[in-house]
Write a protein that binds this ligand. Structure first.
Ligand SMILES: Nc1ncnc2c1ncn2[C@@H]1O[C@H](COP(=O)(O)OP(=O)(O)OP(=O)(O)O)[C@@H](O)[C@H]1O
Length: 226
């Protein structure tokens, strides 16, 4: 069974008096252990679709199933709980908290969840080693390179062992070599942690990492399993 099933999702934004249709009938399944790529021109709705998958935004109509159960977008507290517990996010601009060390940034989702200090310490150390930045644990984000910051952001997304990892242009701020290393790491760790990974990208070089790749054009998805 897929982790996430989207059925006939529609979403528009109102700009002035005019509604602008962005998603016009999206059908998609995301499977654990697999990487799904979304490509498409700027403004085609990739972030909008990721935000719905990540329970940050809601569709106007259509259904989203999580492990086969319909998601109720009006149940805000339940959505927040599911998002905190089960979804990790990686962004182009890393979104690390500048006044917190790399280790504390990674620990943050576990503090929010109320884990014990000893559990947090162990989990943070393990994941920082997996993304190969353990030696920078006590540094502030400003002291790290872009690639190192994105590794810390990946660690922060994975530390709670999410079922879904949502990545919006995760390599767009990185040089070519670093981008490919980061893509490789996300794919490897996504498999290891058994999460479904959905990634929006302009970067054609990431295609080989994707199990399925979809082009978002005029509100609908084209493509599929590679
Ligand atoms: N909160 C919002 N209010 C109004 N319009 C929005 C909002 N968010 C997105 N849009 C519009 O929806 C369309 C799709 O935007 P979206 O950010 O999803 O595209 P994208 O494919 O991710 O673009 P990019 O590749 O440039 O990041 C755009 O026309 C954008 O202006």
């Amino acid at each position: 069974m897929s982790l996430i099933t989207l059925q006939q999702l529609h979403k528009s934004y109102r700009i002035g008096k005019q509604p602008q249709a962005v998603l016009t009938g999206i059908d998609l399944q995301l499977h654990q252990g697999e990487m799904t790529g979304l490509i498409g021109p700027s403004g085609s709705g990739k972030s909008t679709l990721l935000n719905i998958c990540g329970l940050i935004d809601r569709p106007d109509s259509g259904e989203m199933l999580w492990e086969g159960q319909p998601v109720d977008f009006s149940a805000k507290a339940k959505l927040t709980q599911l998002r905190r517990r089960s979804i990790g996010f990686v962004f182009q601009s890393f979104n690390l908290i500048p006044v917190m060390s790399a280790a504390d940034n990674v620990a943050y989702p576990l503090w929010l969840r109320g884990d014990s200090r000893s559990e947090i310490k162990k989990a943070v150390q393990t994941v920082l080693e997996e993304v190969e930045v353990a030696e920078f644990a006590n540094q502030l984000p400003d002291a790290l390179s872009g690639g190192q910051r994105q590794r810390v952001a990946i660690a922060r997304a994975l530390v709670k062992k999410p079922q879904l990892l949502v990545a919006d242009e995760p390599t767009a701020s990185l040089d070519e070599e670093t981008a490919l290393v980061v893509a490789d790491l996300m794919k490897k760790l996504g498999r290891e942690y058994g999460c479904a990974l959905v990634i929006a990208t302009h970067d054609d070089r990431l295609k080989p990492w994707c199990d399925s790749i979809y082009q978002l054009q005029q509100g609908v998805l084209q493509g599929g399993v590679q």
